[in-house]
Design a protein around this ligand. Structure first.
Ligand code: CUA
Length: 399
């Protein structure tokens, strides 16, 4: 929709339709030209009234912005009730996210009410008391002091702010004051430049970039409580459908919790600029249906596969600097600077959501990670083609 069609929408009495003009001028082209003249005439009249927002400023960009904004606000309300695979604050599927969603709708409704009242009064005043031809140019009567008005515009905002404060404080208390039940799952998440280390201290599992948790069903809540730490700079843990953001700060423990009510994969990302590859610091939360989480934990607790076919690659891996940064189960690879590789191939992505975890991408990654995630802390190891193939063949067995 462009500026003109919007104006026609807003000002039907001023602009004749194409059909009615055609009847007068005999051709569609003449009709269009006539209509365009009418439109520019209208635009100049509108500008004269100081009502520019309906005239020249109604650009295509403004119309597109309004359209996109409306779509973003309205469309999610009709979306299906399942994890969307995209970050969507309007589809909360976890208890804390639901509480935040409810309070934000209340805030939105109150602010929309204020906007309509203030904007409506302003629009009414601008139109009703505009300059008209034949006005005598004198100032209107000046009125000073009105106790009723001043009382109203002091008390109403105070009451409004008080309601917003109470509703928000209650939600903060509900979310942050939650006490972990005895059977809650406890997970430690450590933010690194630029990936997430995920530890299950009670289960002895260490993984990266994928947080696996059980689903909470009605009557059987299985919340996951997260302890957030950082190995370097400030990050922020955010999975919009599951909970609000919580900063991940060096030398400090922060806590949050999630209680997903639908199985599926939820996408999140680091929400605090933390350096060059901040945008490639994504994470996935995989919510398992009942019984499935136990299967996942059992698989993750298995020792690393030791496939005789991949011995050559294993030997190269253990003979290079790989083991200074990466751990593999109960082997001598005990590095903690990079992600644990014990069950590398059980994960969906490489480089914290940068590329899918396929044989081809893994090969490209090991050859030179800098071509995939420039600036990441894994260097090009300058492997020969043979070493590269052997190491990748070994890594592919780590299921
Ligand atoms: Cu970590 Cu942004």
């Amino acid at each position: 929709m462009n500026g003109k069609s919007l104006m026609i929408l807003f000002a039907p009495p001023f602009v004749p339709s194409i059909n009615s003009v055609q009847a007068l001028t005999h051709s569609k082209d003449e009709g269009r030209a006539f209509q365009q003249n009418q439109v520019s005439d209208l635009r100049s009249r509108i500008s004269k009234f100081g009502f520019r927002i309906l005239g020249a400023r109604w650009t295509r960009g403004t119309a597109s912005f309004l359209f996109i904004a409306t779509t973003c606000l309205v469309a999610p309300a009709f979306a299906a009730d399942a994890p969307t695979g995209v970050t969507n604050i309007f589809r909360p599927l976890s208890t804390p996210a639901q509480a935040i969603h409810e309070v934000s709708l209340l805030v939105l409704a109150i602010c929309a009410g204020i906007f309509l009242v203030v904007g409506g009064l302003l629009a009414y005043t601008v139109v009703r008391f505009r300059h008209r031809p034949g006005d005598d140019g004198r100032e209107p009567p000046q009125i000073y002091g009105s106790n009723q008005l001043e009382f109203a515009w002091t008390v109403i905002p105070i009451v409004t702010v008080f309601v917003l404060f109470l509703a928000t404080a209650r939600t903060i208390y509900d979310v942050q004051g939650a006490v972990p039940p005895a059977d809650a799952l406890n997970v430690t998440v450590v933010g690194h430049q630029w990936w997430w280390e995920i530890r299950y201290p009670e289960l002895g599992i260490i993984t990266a970039n994928e947080l696996h948790v059980p689903v909470s069903e009605s009557g059987k809540a299985r919340p996951t409580f997260l302890k957030l730490e950082s190995a370097d700079v400030v990050h922020s843990f955010w999975v919009p459908q599951l909970a609000g953001k919580t900063d991940v700060i060096p030398n400090r423990e922060n806590h949050m919790w999630i209680e997903p009510t639908q199985p599926g994969t939820y996408v999140g990302n680091c929400a605090e600029y933390c350096g060059m590859q901040h945008a490639h610091m994504r994470l996935r939360v995989i919510v398992h249906p009942p019984g499935d989480f136990e299967k996942w934990t059992a698989a993750q607790r298995q020792p690393p596969v030791d496939d005789p076919q991949a011995r050559a690659g294993r030997d190269v891996f253990f003979a290079t600097a790989c083991i200074n940064c990466h751990s593999i189960g109960e082997t001598k690879a005990r590095g903690t600077f990079g992600p644990d590789l014990t069950h590398l191939m059980s994960r969906e992505t490489l480089g914290a959501g940068t590329v899918p975890n396929t044989a081809e991408k893994l090969q490209a990654w090991v050859r030179d990670p800098q071509t995939i995630k420039e600036g990441c802390n894994m260097p090009n190891m300058q492997l020969t083609e043979n070493e590269l193939n052997q190491i990748v063949a070994y890594l592919l067995t780590l299921k």
